[in-house]
Design a binder for this molecule. Sequence first.
Ligand code: AMP
Length: 249
Amino acid sequence: MKILVPVKRVVDSNVRIRVKDDGSGIDTENARMSMNPFDDIAVEEAVKQKEAGVASEVVAVTCGVEKSQDVLRTAMAMGADRAILVKTDAPLTPLVVAKMLKVVVDREAPGLVILGKQATDDDASQTGPMLAALMDAPQATAVSKLVVADGKATATRETDDGSQTVQLQLPAVVTADLRLNQPRFVTLPKMMKARKKTIEVTTPEELGVSVSTKLQVLKVAPPSPRASVVMLPDAAALVDRLKNEAKVI
Ligand code: AMP
């Protein structure tokens, strides 16, 4: 069985993001970029399934600018066998990405598609469910445990009310929760080896998918600054502040 893992290049979660002066979006030109953290978990899970003999091949795919190859190389350094870049400079919405992934799914015929449950840039959490709908395949979102056997996936989902275990007939779509696994550390020699691998490059046009969208971002604004925090030496100082400075808002 083949596993397809869609991965997204996002601003690294350790860097402070900067909103463009005109409010049209985030400055990604000067920021350190890396693989969406949930996709790291998705790749780890796919590679684990291969190591366990459940999967025979792991294919990573990303849709985005030329530089998105970086995240594909990280996926291959983690253990993905092949990688596909759907190259475009167009801003992408989850539906457009899901449509492109659907064509890749039709071509690759994976038994399982593992995505991140959300991308940390827009927090949309839409691509996996939209892809499953386009594939007319069963889906389990926010999965914290995955067992694949006998043409079925048994997935434990994290919900607000606790956990829920569901069984999906393959081919199926799963989105990875934070608790699914601990992604492996990518060593430099593995990264160097991955740098030499060939990445298959295609385009939305070649896939027959239009990148035009009905969704328009009107404005992006940074969060309002938080009031600064003051460390007090002891409880007496706190009582003094509460008595003399605290206000009812
Ligand atoms: P989102 O719906 O944007 O929160 O993204 C959820 C998941 O969809 C991500 O964790 C990725 O697995 C996948 N995904 C989103 N955008 C892309 C993209 N441009 N290329 C490949 N996979 C993507």
